[in-house]
Design a protein around this ligand. Structure first.
Ligand code: F3S
Length: 386
């Protein structure tokens, strides 16, 4: 890899031992993927926000960074908190390093947004910006919907990029890897975007799918992308005539599609649980909900009362907006718990192993004891829709 004089000097140790180690990590990461150079980044997003035991080495690295007084070089946001206070087990057994981890993140200069939908307010990239983000759902949104450029970085690689301000140029930073590979046709009567994302992730795995035109909302794109990035390794998708790099099929494909697949209504419906009333908890918000998304769902709970525990999980800055709206009080009156945590982490060790129903394909993929339901299935499960 060819480094410029500034990068060479960091690697030699002119900015200290820990900075040199961070640079060496970024360089080796790039070399492993055939990158020819490092490029400056506009922002970073870190995924390591759960203070769990297996993150001991990660926390040790953060301590070393803090001990040399290093801070992030670019605006850097972080993923949600994991529900440390949700119950005794989370507090005393699972997330025992939570407080020290948060102190370290603060010390390196992160923006304390604690949200996986950072692209909504705290860290909004422009078209063409090069980034070093972790968190697969955020990566997916940045690449696909905003036209920014980031690979699916891991925890620690994200930190090393944020500290040095550089990322290796390979993969989704390059035009060649952002073009469509698989054409997706839809034979669907009722759109269920998270289910479509889940099905596509399983089918295309790590390719770039191009969905024929459908007028998805921004919220649908978020939830479809989050599911697709979990059930597959997808880092970018296009929607013909909707997402910025797919004005038409001719532009998005630079060669004939490797494959054409058709997703049917049956494919989507097959994910849904048949008896939604068998569920014990209902969870909305993975990826975390925006205020706009919450208001649309909250309308459906007005003057009703949930029959089983029901959670809304919002990004903290979106929750602030929601609290100012009259529907916030109505939501509490309906018996809903409103949270700012990552529900997947928060409920990973839930008591009684109660079955969860959720309209999140990401939770379905990662968490044991989870059923998938459409928004209406979830409303039926909590007793507010017949
Ligand atoms: Fe976000 Fe946690 Fe889901 S980080 S995407 S709410 S797993």
């Amino acid at each position: 890899m060819k480094l410029n004089p500034e990068q060479e000097s960091i690697l030699k140790g002119d900015n200290g031992r820990v900075m040199a180690m961070a640079m060496e990590t970024v360089v080796k990461y790039g070399e492993a993927f055939g990158a020819k150079k490092l490029v400056p980044i506009k922002s970073a997003h870190l995924a390591g926000t759960f203070g769990i035991g297996p993150y001991r080495a990660y926390i040790q690295v953060l301590r070393q960074i803090v001990s040399e007084g290093l801070r992030v070089k670019v605006p850097t946001t972080v993923n949600p908190k994991p529900g440390y206070d949700l119950n005794f087990i989370n507090r005393h057994i699972v997330f025992t390093n939570q407080q020290s981890l948060e102190q370290l993140l603060t010390a390196i200069g992160i923006t304390p947004n604690y949200s996986c939908v950072c692209y909504e307010k705290a860290n909004v990239p422009s078209f063409g910006d090069r980034l070093a983000w972790a968190e697969s759902s955020a990566v997916q949104f940045a690449n696909s919907v905003l036209g920014a450029r980031t690979n699916r970085n891991s925890i620690l690689i994200d930190v090393c990029c944020a500290i040095t301000g550089f990322t290796p140029e390979f993969g989704y930073l390059l035009d060649a890897h952002r073009r469509g590979q698989i054409l997706v046709k839809l034979n669907i009567k009722k759109m269920d975007a998270p289910a479509l994302g889940y099905v596509l992730g399983r089918k295309v795995v790590d390719k770039v799918p191009v969905i024929e035109h459908y007028p998805f909302t921004r919220i649908e794109l978020k939830n479809m992308g989050g599911s697709m990035a979990a059930s597959g390794g997808v880092a970018m998708f296009h929607v013909e005539g909707l997402t910025p790099e797919a004005p038409d099929m001719k532009t998005v494909f630079d060669r004939p599609p490797m494959e054409t697949i058709t997703v049917t209504q049956e494919d989507l419906d097959a994910l849904r649980i048949r008896k939604s009333e068998m569920s014990g908890i209902v969870i909305f918000g993975c990826p975390q909900m925006t205020c706009e998304e919450t208001l649309a769902i909250a309308e459906r709970f007005v003057n009703k009362r949930v029959e089983i525990p029901t959670w809304f999980c919002l990004a903290p800055d979106e929750l602030t907006l929601f609290k100012a709206h009259y529907l916030y009080g109505k939501t509490l009156d309906a018996g809903i718990t409103v949270s700012q945590d990552c529900p997947l982490a928060a409920f990973s060790m839930r008591l009684n192993r109660k079955r969860i129903i959720t309209p999140s394909g990401k939770m379905l993929y990662y968490l044991k004891g989870v059923n998938y339901g459409t928004e209406d299935d979830c409303l039926r499960a909590c007793g507010v829709l017949q």
